[in-house]
Design a protein around this ligand. Structure first.
Ligand SMILES: *Cc1c(COP(=O)(O)O)cnc(C)c1O
Length: 360
């Protein structure tokens, strides 16, 4: 028998989430961000569900290659662009667009003999301080790109927010103002917003929004789930109960004996652990869904198994299905119990997790 652990991907939820993002963004267009294997949902699978996206955003050329191999004909933007001179030929071969965030990338373009124009997006660092040209260097970088015959003259401008999940935050206001000041000097398409920007910053639509998490139904806004904003979770992680054991009062459960039974009680063992991608840092009390009702995790998460408190589940039977996150149990809630965010959890499914598809 194969392990019971599976991640079910809800294709209808992905479609609905894209549609809702498009409605929110209009008239701006939507670049669906599908990096990290479609936030762990499976790149080719999500690309099929997002076939109405105006473009795709990926983190590396290899993802662009996979999308083209899967028959995706839409525009694809590599969000950190070329990593070395040889990437330019590959970008042409695959018809990809490149972010340009550093002068070394312009050096490679200047030295490249291929005359075909590459489509580029100039990345501006408006305060995130990760990738991009600082405001005072943008004009010079833009002029260098515009002077190149092998760069398409319709140069996009983009920036990325550091704190847009805090609605009303002053850093984001400053980032938007900084971007607008620079963008007013150039004609190209503009792109500012990630998911939280799309939700909380209507003044930052630009011509293109770049949602990722929301398309998978996940929010990074503190204390609020994707469902709170009308999005549907696209992944259900489930497994099953493989043992029910009666453990005596005062006995401890699992590694490091971190949890002690306050009374004689039934302890359930579920076939999932950090070897599947369930977070080891999930604390005692983190809920799972057993037959539609919540049961708390007790003891440490181990590699292959977790243990749960069955005191309120007298009807539980070996073989019962257990949901670790999904509808009615937001991954955001589990993540906050584990000191993480929903994105990290869904990105962390390991290779032994079976992926299933649900048309809804
Ligand atoms: C990851 C990423 C996004 C999407 O962010 P979400 O919070 O998932 O919406 C958008 N733009 C860039 C540049 C990114 O790296």
């Amino acid at each position: 028998m194969s392990r019971a652990t599976s991640a079910t991907i809800h294709l209808g939820a992905l479609r609905d989430n894209l549609r809702r993002s498009r409605d929110l963004a209009r008239p701006a267009r939507v670049m669906a961000v599908v990096k990290a294997d479609g936030y762990g949902h499976g790149l080719e699978r999500v690309a099929r569900a997002f076939d109405e996206a105006d473009a795709f955003g990926v983190a590396c050329i290899a993802d662009g290659q996979r999308l083209r191999a899967a028959g995706v004909a839409r525009r694809i933007v590599v969000l950190s662009g070329i990593d070395e001179a040889a990437d330019i030929a590959e970008m042409h071969r695959l018809g990809l667009e490149s972010a340009i965030h550093h002068r070394s990338q312009i050096d490679w373009l200047e030295a490249d003999p291929d005359p075909r124009p590459l489509k580029v997006w100039l990345k501006i660092d408006t305060g995130m301080h990760r990738l991009g040209f600082p405001p005072e260097q943008v004009a010079a970088a833009h002029a260098r790109l515009l002077a190149l015959p092998n760069v398409d003259a319709d140069i996009g401008l983009m920036t990325h927010f550091a704190n847009s999940d805090v609605f009303g935050d002053t850093q984001t206001t400053a980032q938007i103002e900084c971007f607008e000041r620079i963008a007013s000097e150039f004609p190209g398409p503009l792109s500012l917003s990630n998911s939280a920007g799309l939700l909380g910053w209507p003044q930052a639509r630009g011509h293109w929004v770049r949602p990722g998490g929301l398309l998978y139904g996940i929010s990074v806004v503190e204390g609020r789930t994707g469902e709170d904003f009308g999005f549907r979770p696209a992944m259900t992680l489930s497994s099953k109960l493989i043992a029910i054991n009666r453990i005596g009062r005062g006995e401890s459960i699992g590694y490091a004996a971190s949890w002690t039974c306050p009374e004689d009680m039934d302890v359930g063992v579920v076939q999932i652990g950090y070897g599947d991608g369930y977070p080891r840092s999930a604390s005692a009390g983190t809920p799972v869904l057993l037959n539609g009702r919540r049961a708390p995790l007790i003891g440490r998460v181990s590699m292959d198994l977790i243990t749960i408190d069955l005191r309120k589940h007298g009807d539980a039977r070996v073989g019962d299905a257990v949901i670790l996150w999904g509808k009615d149990l937001p991954v955001e809630e589990i993540a906050s119990r584990a000191g993480s965010i929903g994105y990290e959890l869904v990105c962390g499914m390991t290779r032994r997790v079976r992926f299933l598809e649900d048309p809804n």
